[in-house]
Design a protein around this ligand. Sequence first.
Ligand SMILES: *Cc1c(COP(=O)(O)O)cnc(C)c1O
Length: 366
Amino acid sequence: MKNIYVTQPTLPPLDEFMPYLAQIWANKVLTNGGTFHQQLEQALCDYLGVKHLALFTNGTIALITALQALRITGEVITTPYSFVATAHSLLWNGIKPVFVDIDPISLNLDAAKIEAAITPQTTAIMPVHCYGYPCDVERIQKIADNYNLKVIYDAAHAFGVKNQDGSILNHGDLSVLSFHATKVFNTFEGGAIVCPDEKTKRRIDHLKNFGFVDEVTVVAAGINGKMSEINAAFGLLQLKGIDDALTKRQIIDVRYREGLKNITGIRFANSGSHVANYAYSPIFVEKNRDALYEKLKENGIFGRRYFYPLISDFPMYRGLPSAAPSNLPIARKISEEVICLPIYPELSHDSQDKIIDIIHDFRASN
Ligand SMILES: *Cc1c(COP(=O)(O)O)cnc(C)c1O
């Protein structure tokens, strides 16, 4: 049997991509906001149910630019239980990350613990919708309003996620998406900032193009964050299959929950009452997590310990007072228990059954 990885990108038939390439070759517009770039921005606004969206070359540059767009400085409250790019985007802006522990159920920033971490230097909160599970957006907004803080969501996992009010991406001041190859919706590499108003969208568009407003006017020390036409064209094609991909992911998620439900010492995350995107299938192993992780590997199953180690344990963060283990007990426990099981639209039921069997066998002998 072939190796099975935590994810595998969905690729549309190659011949369906050829007409897009032919059009790029004919137009000779390769980047700088060409036709496909404009079309994908509009198509994503429509699909996601958001007002404005600026495409980026990747999610990390989008995060860095989002902080620039709102002129965030000083200290920003964030979660240690995420991909390193969340906190790295703060360091790239000379901002001090302040880690706050997560909620054991949602696995997101614990809103009840945010206030205690606010200081006169705090200017913003950067929560993550981890695994696509929505943050407590209302409570976070209330705190932000009370203390006059901005909220920038790292929504890299939250493509297509909705709650009762519609897209989760409409909360906070900005939300940042990643379209990396490993994500639910991908453009090989890519990302976007979602914003509520035209003026902010314009500022973001300037910032991602070196600060240029016109040929001779530069209004800010911008970066090159533009998505190319090839990536945008691929995104348009990919978007056609996204609903089908999400349905297949849901079936896989349900099969895992069913197949592994009566194993003591193995929990699932509570995905709550929102429209999930089944971006990840995390399980939490109370004992011998790493032994199970290795056992799966021996069988060619490459799960991932997302997120282990915690961001706050990496050398550039661990000296911060908020990185102290005593400040982050829940995040630590969760990160020592998690394995994200393979989930992607083409994962076969046979492969999935094999994974489920290995976990049953392991638990029986451990
Ligand atoms: C993937 C990811 C990013 C980074 O996105 P890239 O497009 O790979 O730069 C940031 N934050 C989180 C939570 C992610 O999972």
